[in-house]
Design a protein around this ligand. Structure first.
Ligand SMILES: Cc1ncc(C[n+]2csc(CCOP(=O)(O)OP(=O)(O)O)c2C)c(N)n1
Ligand SMILES: [Mg+2]
Length: 300
């Protein structure tokens, strides 16, 4: 069905008027991802902000086939859909649908990790997209294993202790053909990665940083600036791993000071207090170690 919206801007997988916060990085990233996926496709979405804001009964913002699953089983449901589609296609009963999974950092790195590991190991063909807003946002900003060191959340009032999990290394350890990071500011890089991921048979993985103004405590107008600074400070490097080969997509030879990224977000105000300089140093060391490790892996 062609609507006025399609005539104005081309096909949009998500209709406007959903209830996401203004400046929500996750919704921008999800829209960018889906605009790069050729039709037909089926979206499998774990419980989280993206699901909550798009599926308020009796309405839906989804204009493509969509299934909402529990918090922990997105990859398991995607596995079943992919397996069923494969059989139906063999019998000439289905089209060449792709399966795109969308889940938050909590649904991916914590509670859905076991289902994800199983699906990657069984080599189901789907694109798994983790939008990483670095906490359990829709339930009240609780810390996740992707919350960075020193960040305030409602369950880490004095800053979380310890680094982010390395999600790409986790995916790569399963021998996936393609895994990559992306930032909504670098939308072309993101779209290229989506298209590339879809050329592989087997599971592919995208880890997208999704600034969240409610949880990170910044003005909604700053989403893109923060998404850009995350990359330019080496906080969130853009890289891809193709058949085990690492490649840095945006080589940050002269990083901007990490404080430029941190100062815009009140969640780091505790970390930035003079008496907590040791926490800042620890985060800086972690960021640099991550970058150096990446440069070693990429061989450049
Ligand atoms: C088994 C289970 N535990 C807890 C919840 C409550 N719950 C729903 S979504 C969510 C957090 C989601 O965090 P994340 O995946 O990072 O998505 P975000 O809300 O940040 O977009 C929690 C704790 C649940 N639905 N099911
Ligand atoms: Mg989250």
């Amino acid at each position: 069905m062609v609507s006025r919206l399609d005539e104005l801007v081309g096909f949009e997988p998500l209709s406007p008027g959903h209830s996401a916060c203004a400046g929500c990085g996750a919704m921008i990233a999800v829209r960018q991802v889906l605009l790069a996926v050729p039709q037909p496709y089926i979206v499998v979405n774990a419980t989280g902000c993206v699901e909550v804001v798009t599926t308020q009964y009796p309405n839906t913002a989804w204009r493509v086939p969509y299934v909402h699953v529990a918090f922990e089983n997105a990859a398991a449901v995607a596995s079943g859909i992919e397996a069923a589609l494969r059989v139906l296609k063999e019998k000439g009963l289905a089209r060449d649908h792709r399966v795109v999974v969308i889940a938050g950092d909590g649904g991916t790195a914590d509670i859905g990790l076991q289902a994800l590991s199983g699906a990657l190991e069984r080599r189901h063909s789907f694109l798994y997209v983790c939008y990483d807003n670095e906490a359990y946002m829709n339930t009240g900003i609780q810390r996740s294993s992707l919350t960075p060191h020193g960040a305030w959340t409602s369950t880490t009032p004095f800053g979380k202790a310890g680094p982010k999990k390395d999600l790409i290394a986790f995916a790569v350890s399963h021998g996936v053909p393609y895994a990559a990071t992306a930032s909504p500011y670098f939308w072309k890089d993101l779209a290229n990665k989506v298209r590339k991921a879809l050329t592989f048979d087997g599971p592919t993985f995208l880890h997208v940083l999704a600034p969240c103004n409610r949880g990170w405590r910044f003005d909604p107008s700053l989403t893109m600036r923060i998404a850009k600074l995350a990359v330019e400070t080496r906080y969130f490097p853009l890289y891809e791993v193709e058949e085990g080969k690492y490649r840095i997509n945006y080589f940050v030879s002269r990083p901007r000071p990490l404080e430029e990224f941190l100062r815009l977000q009140e969640r780091f105000s505790y970390l930035l207090r003079p008496e907590n300089a040791h926490l800042l140093e620890e985060l800086k060391r972690e960021v640099e170690a991550r970058w150096e490790g990446l440069v070693r892996l990429a061989g450049s």
